[in-house]
Write a protein that binds this ligand. Sequence first.
Ligand code: AHR
Length: 498
Amino acid sequence: KKARMIVEKDFKIAEVDKRIFGSFIEHLGRAVYGGIYEPGHPAADENGFRKDVVDLINEIGVPIIRYPGGNFVSGYNWEDGVGPVAERPSRLELAWKTVEPNEVGTNEFMKWAKLVNSEVNMAVNLGTRGIDAARNLVEYCNHPSGSYWSDLRISHGYQEPHKIKTWCLGNEMDGPWQIGHRTAVEYGRIAVESAKVMKWVDPGIELVACGSSNRSMPTYAEWEATVLDHTYEHVDYLSLHTYYGNPNNDLPNYLARSLDMDYFIKEIIATCDYIKAKKRSKKTMYLSFDEWNVWFHSREADRKREPWSFAPPQLEDVYTFEDALLVGCLLITLLCNSDRVKIACMAQLVNVIAPIMTENGGAAWRQTIFYPYMHASVYGRGVALNPIISSPKYDSKDFTDVPYLEATAVYNEENEELTVFAVNKDSAAALQLDADIRGFAGYEVIEHIVLEHDDMKAVNTAAVPNRVVPHSRGGAQAKDGYIQASLPKLSWNVIRLK
Ligand code: AHR
């Protein structure tokens, strides 16, 4: 099969906001305890942070990390996690049915985030708490000094304010599983009142309101419209969450799921713009896709777990090669929508549905999905271009007209580098790609990275951490203004040109 692309410098979608390559650490399973923090581990630093994990995160380059939840945040008293560790309470954590010792809290996490060069996207509890706890947390974190909460931070050893810019107004408040689940009107009211006072404490912050927990929620779209009706002028982003899986082992249908993500984004843009029209507002609402990933492998095991242990293995999906292909497609979809999606968080980062896995006391390694995420983050900075693509198509169980080629291009004006990201979804044969790059005179291929594997279910483990790894023998060539590349069947490709 053959596919064509026209890549032009002037066909711009937007400057990619680097926060689109964000991630997420929740107090859940072994994400914090045994993941980023494990005092006594041979690789731990003086604060108990695992340097092997820090190194892997720095390989990806994760510009923003959402914290501390997730469902966890809706029952969290942030005050439990500050001050002398010995005095912090252990609590029953109702979202994930574990015991939370509060050894790591806001200040420790902010300290850790510096090691991985990340901003923090801090979520406040609008489940069991509300306006008061939210504005106090902003004061504790961001106010320089001379007030009760800022002076308390200083007394805890943090003289300088954390200056956290991005804040989430709760988490998945439309979901009946959420502690303090609310109707859209109830949430819209508490979100706007919290937003007002949080911005009064620090006018420099940006706020994310909760959208639907996924596109299948019964209140979908109506929820967004109602919430925005209340909050539109007080918030900066609306959140989207989605997780995909392949429980029926239907690969063509699974790889088409990126179309679902694209429809989802387009529908939420339409809903935001409807409220914009209704309010005759000049403001454009941006999107924060602050939870996305593959999540299904671990669900059965999690159902069988006994409650009330400390940091048990939870949501520990072991990702296959085919999961990495879908993750690549989802990253391309986010880039293609980068005019409206300004923040996106792969959920999550370590151990819990994560690109990085660890053993307690042992190794840390890269899961299959690590690679497309790292490639997109490292090479996807710059201007997202809008290539014209013609590709043969297929139909699957839930989708029609799925292009075999999912692709996009990013132009990094600073380095004068052009990167084409491409997935061939065809299981039958390589796809011959012919890309017109005549606007990039003299550009040559500097690398064609490929992630491919014969076994769709191949995984990386502690014992065999390099079963699925990319290689640079793709062989794409640029000649007379055209890229000629053979994209192997079922492969993730990064073609770098300069
Ligand atoms: O990321 C795992 C969970 O998925 C989060 O806690 C929740 O927000 C979502 O349902």
